[in-house]
Write a protein that binds this ligand. Structure first.
Ligand code: PEP
Length: 252
């Protein structure tokens, strides 16, 4: 299957934003999702996963978590197991976001364990990779993301259990984006690595672009070869902006 034929996924990462009142924003996203040739997902803070999942049940919008622990249960105060997210109604979980890698010093090996935990619980793992600004400026981008792919992805990746998110760290929340040629190069590199590792299934695993995606740049970024959707931070908090990005996939 050509990458262009994959059903795109537009995922909103709300990060540490959102109180119960934000369910109104979710309702607008649910209402706006009809007629899109894409899957939509919202990943609210853990406190809202259960209520959002209940509110979105039966709609075209899935709910995901933003992180999980590698273990299914135990003495890990403050952590959340993948099984708990599943139990709350989540369909997916983001693992290895650069803010987790930075704030909590998460390693590729830990990200891999979390992706395995997601699979164990029946969740889609959205694994984030991406280079720092100095690494891009030093010409290290492909080496860095190659290392992250090798270290962060469990064996046996399939389109049903894995989504990749390429997020240049310097583009997250900054308003900066790579050139279309740089995005195309990174995504082609990731696609090749997935196919080498997972065979034909590697051609079916979706690769999202993330980093300052807005309604104004969505068309340019999301129509690049091997870009199968977006992971959206800031612009996912307002339904109008999030839907404005997803509108790239509106059928004519
Ligand atoms: C993110 O946090 O995954 C992200 C892409 O953020 P933003 O869209 O705000 O750059």
């Amino acid at each position: 299957m050509a990458s262009a034929d994959l059903t795109p996924l537009v995922t909103g990462n709300w990060k540490m934003n959102g109180l119960a009142v934000a369910e109104g924003e979710l309702a607008k996203i649910v209402n706006g999702a009809a007629g899109l040739k894409a899957e939509l997902m919202v990943c609210p803070p853990a406190t809202l996963v259960a209520s959002f999942a209940a509110a979105a049940r039966g709609s075209a919008v899935a709910i995901g978590g933003q992180d999980c622990h590698a273990e299914p249960s135990g003495a890990h105060t403050g952590d959340i197991a993948a099984e708990m997210l599943k139990d709350a109604g989540a369909a997916a979980v983001i693992v290895g976001h650069s803010e987790r890698r930075t704030d909590h010093h998460e390693t590729d090996a830990q990200v891999r364990s979390k992706a395995m935990a997601a699979r164990r619980a029946g969740l889609l793992a959205i694994v984030c990779i991406g280079e720092q600004r100095a690494e891009r400026e030093g010409g290290q981008t492909l080496a860095v993301i190659g290392r992250q792919l090798d270290g962060s992805l469990p064996d046996g990746g399939t389109s049903a259990n894995l989504v990749l998110a390429y997020e240049p760290v310097w583009a997250i929340g900054t308003g900066l984006t790579p050139t279309a040629a740089d995005v195309a190069e990174a995504h082609a590199f990731i696609r090749k690595r997935l196919e080498t590792r997972f065979g034909a299934e590697g051609g079916r695993i979706r690769i999202l672009y993330g980093g300052s995606v807005k309604p104004t740049n969505a068309k340019e970024l999301l129509t690049i070869a091997n870009v199968n959707g977006a992971l959206v931070g800031g612009a996912s908090l307002k339904a109008a902006d999030f839907l404005g990005i997803a509108a790239v996939y509106r059928s004519a």
